[in-house]
Design a protein around this ligand. Structure first.
Ligand SMILES: NC(=O)c1ccc[n+]([C@@H]2O[C@H](COP(=O)([O-])OP(=O)(O)OC[C@H]3O[C@@H](n4cnc5c(N)ncnc54)[C@H](OP(=O)(O)O)[C@@H]3O)[C@@H](O)[C@H]2O)c1
Length: 239
C-alpha cells in the first residue's frame, strides 16, 4: 500500500536512508530537516532519480509553533500514514559539566519533537484506521551511556512514549514502535573514538544507516501489522 510518509531529520544519515528506502517501496515521502537545504535537496534529487516522489519540509521539530504550522500545511495534502520521528541531536558532556543548554537542546529535539510532530498526526491516522509511528531511540536509552545523560534520558523517554501510545492506538490499527540503534556510521559518529569503541561491539563493526532503514521500512510495512509497543535493538550485539 502506497502511503504518504513523513521522515523528520531526513537530510542526512539514518533519516536520509529511511526516506530513500520508503520511497523505493513506493511511498511518497516528505523530507523534514532543520537547516541543511543543500543536503535535503540532494536526498530529494536521489529519490526522484530513482523514480520516487519526495517533497521538502523545512522546520525545527523542537519548535512547537513552527512545527504546528508546518504539519497543518502538510495535512492539507494527502494523508500521512507513516511517521518516522528520526530528528535527533547529541550534545555530550560528563554530567557535572553538562550545561542546561545541552540538556534542553537534546531533550527538546527528541522528546518535545516527538510530541510536536506526532500529536497532530495521530487523530487523522485513527480516523483512517491505519498508521505507522516509528521513532529513533538508541542503545543509550536502553542501557545508558556515560557522557550522555541528556541523550540517554531523551531516548529512554521515547521508549516510554512509544509503549504508552501503542496501547492507546492498538485497537485503531495504528502501530507505534521504536528502533534503538547501536553505533551507526553517520555524521553523528564523526567525532567518536571509533578505534576504542569497536572492541566493545561483539560484531566489531559500526552499523550502516541502510541497515537501520531496512528495519524501519519493515516496521512501516503491512508485514509488521502485529508488532506494536516495541523498542527493537539494532546494534551488532552491543545490548
Ligand atoms: N548515528 C548513530 O550512531 C545513532 C545511534 C542511535 C540512535 N541514533 C539516532 O538516529 C537519529 C538519526 O541519527 P543520525 O546519526 O542519522 O544523525 P545526523 O547524521 O546527525 O542527522 C541528523 C538529522 O536530523 C536533522 N535534525 C536535527 N535537529 C533537528 C530539528 N530540531 N528539527 C528537524 N530536523 C533536525 C538534521 O537536519 P539538518 O542537517 O538540516 O540540521 C539531520 O537531517 C537520531 O535521532 C539519533 O539520535 C543515531
Amino acid at each position: 500500500m502506497a502511503v504518504r510518509a513523513l521522515v523528520t531529520g531526513a537530510s542526512r544519515g539514518i533519516g536520509a536512508a529511511v526516506a530513500e528506502t520508503l520511497a523505493a517501496a513506493g511511498h511518497p515521502v516528505v523530507l523534514n530537516y532543520r537547516s541543511n537545504d543543500e543536503a535535503a535537496a540532494a536526498v530529494k534529487a536521489r529519490i526522484e532519480a530513482a523514480g520516487g516522489t519526495a517533497e521538502l519540509a523545512r522546520f525545527d521539530v523542537a519548535n512547537a509553533e513552527e512545527t504546528g504550522r508546518a504539519i497543518e500545511q502538510l495535512l492539507q495534502g494527502e494523508p500521512i500514514g507513516i511517521l518516522v520521528n528520526n530528528a535527533g541531536v547529541a550534545a555530550d558532556a560528563p554530567f557535572p559539566t553538562l550545561k542546561r543548554d545541552a540538556w534542553e537542546r537534546v531533550t527538546r529535539t527528541s522528546l518535545d519533537g516527538f510530541y510536536n510532530v506526532t500529536q497532530p498526526l495521530v487523530m487523522p491516522m485513527v480516523r483512517r484506521r491505519w498508521g505507522r509511528i516509528i521513532s529513533l531511540s538508541s542503545v543509550a536509552g536502553l542501557v545508558g551511556n556515560r557522557g550522555q545523560v541528556n541523550y540517554s534520558a531523551a531516548k529512554a523517554g521515547l521508549g516510554g512514549a512509544t509503549k504508552a501510545l501503542a496501547q492507546e492506538l492498538a485497537k485503531r490499527n495504528v502501530t507505534v514502535n521504536a528502533v534503538a540503534p547501536g553505533l551507526i556510521e553517520t555524521d553523528m559518529m564523526a567525532k567518536a573514538p571509533v578505534e576504542q569503541i569497536l572492541p566493545m561491539i561483539p560484531m566489531r563493526r559500526l552499523g550502516q544507516a541502510q541497515e537501520v532503514a531496512d528495519l524501519v521500512a519493515f516496521l512501516a510495512s503491512d508485514k509488521a501489522a502485529y508488532i506494536t509497543g516495541q523498542v527493537i535493538g539494532i546494534n551488532g550485539g552491543l545490548a
